[in-house]
Design a protein around this ligand. Structure first.
Ligand SMILES: Nc1ncnc2c1ncn2[C@@H]1O[C@H](COP(=O)(O)OP(=O)(O)OP(=O)(O)O)[C@@H](O)[C@H]1O
Ligand SMILES: [Mg+2]
Length: 269
């Protein structure tokens, strides 16, 4: 169980995350939605401890993650695997080695220096690639792959970390519709087949509604909605996104768009 209590993260005077509180039970597929600048990335980065919170606490299975240091902090970062919009692979290395990077946190220092990977780790990495239909790419350089393939490699790398939770920060933002589906399906597989909790930032409300069993809506750092996708009324959705539509139009008031999904698309533009 992930518990976020009164989490605040300030950059100077600006609160990127402002007094956020929620709990996530194991096995959920939770979407974080909201306009650009709402604090979605900062929330995920704070949970992973890439960013240190100004106030509040993050507990995982009763352990105060906010207080971890050194080795325990590194272990937490592995247990809360991040997936980024830009994949963050090492382009000059082959796919298998990129996936094996997910095992680094479990390796003694001498082994990571010599880069001799245990056979069982290699087998684990291959089986992760198989999960996402990219085992045939194992020997290819990562920078030779398409975006969708690269993101699946990143998801395989996250999987071999054997995480308790996956934190995906707009994992499909740079992909075309076909690859968007492939990558979202890969995350769904991680969630349903392996029972790993997924917390995923998404610009597209349409996608969030189709894939997530719960949505957390953020506006100006605050959690303004937390519930099932079906409970997200058009009224709340407009509240979450309208402000940005206005800003995109240079501050002029604009009529509310017809379809809710288009609002999410506008936010991504
Ligand atoms: N390292 C930082 N230093 C200063 N301000 C920051 C930093 N990171 C984020 N912010 C600010 O915090 C606010 C929230 O940013 P964040 O990136 O979390 O939003 P977001 O919801 O992920 O937006 P987007 O949808 O565009 O990715 C923004 O106003 C942003 O400018
Ligand atoms: Mg972001």
């Amino acid at each position: 169980m992930l518990v976020v209590e009164g989490l605040t993260c300030r950059f100077g005077v600006k609160a990127a995350v402002d007094d956020a509180s929620f709990q996530i039970s194991p096995g959920g597929f939770v979407g974080v939605i909201g306009r650009s600048g709402a604090g979605k990335s900062t929330l995920l980065r704070t949970i992973n401890r890439l960013v240190t919170p100004t106030q509040g606490r993050i507990l995982f299975d009763g352990v105060d993650v906010t207080a971890l240091r050194g080795r325990e902090l590194r272990q937490w970062r592995a247990r809360s695997a991040m997936i980024f919009q830009q994949f963050n692979l090492v382009g000059r290395l082959d796919v298998l080695t990129n996936v094996l990077m997910g095992r680094l946190a479990t390796m003694p220092a001498w082994r990571s220096l010599t880069q001799t990977w245990p056979e069982q780790d290699k087998a684990l990495a291959m089986s992760a690639l198989e999960q996402f239909d990219i085992a045939s790419l194992a020997a290819q350089r990562a920078d030779q792959l398409s975006g969708g393939q690269q993101q699946r490699v990143a998801i395989a790398r996250a999987l071999v970390q054997q995480p308790d939770i996956i934190l995906a920060d707009e994992p499909i933002a740079s992909l075309d519709p076909r690859n968007t589906k492939i990558v979202m399906d890969a995350l769904l597989r991680i969630n349903k087949h392996f029972g790993i909790t997924v917390l995923c930032n998404l610009h597209s409300l349409d996608l969030a509604r189709s894939y997530c069993d719960r949505l957390i809506g953020m506006a100006q750092g605050r959690v303004v909605f937390d519930g099932a996708p079906a409970a997200l009324t058009e009224h709340v959705a407009r509240e979450l996104y309208d402000l940005e539509a206005t800003e995109v139009m240079g501050g002029m008031p604009v009529p509310a768009p017809e379809g809710i999904p288009a609002l999410g698309t506008a936010a991504a533009a």
